[in-house]
Write a protein that binds this ligand. Structure first.
Ligand SMILES: [Ca+2]
Ligand SMILES: [Ca+2]
Length: 85
């Protein structure tokens, strides 16, 4: 339910936030159902392998939709705390 609310809110904002509102299907460039580190870096250039791995809950080397949602939330918080590059 929370996810639905987030998507609705993102849609209401017209996706003006860019990276903060990236859709899983858009980030998954090769449409294999997983977001690789390279794909994640397309929207979050500052993300590192270590950081990526912390969100890879099942340690398969890529993020599924649930893991990706957690990464977006976590990374958005970090970007609010630190100076952007
Ligand atoms: Ca992919
Ligand atoms: Ca994974």
């Amino acid at each position: 339910m929370r996810k639905t609310l987030l998507i609705t809110a993102a849609a209401a904002l017209g996706l003006a936030g860019g990276a903060l509102a990236a859709e899983f299907s858009e980030v998954d460039a090769d449409a294999d159902g997983l977001v690789s580190l390279e794909e994640a870096q397309e929207i979050m250039p500052s993300i590192t392998q270590d950081e990526f791995s912390t969100y890879d809950g099942d340690a398969d080397g890529a993020l599924n939709e649930d893991e990706f949602a957690i990464m977006e939330e976590g990374h958005a918080e970090e970007q609010g705390r630190y100076e952007p590059n």
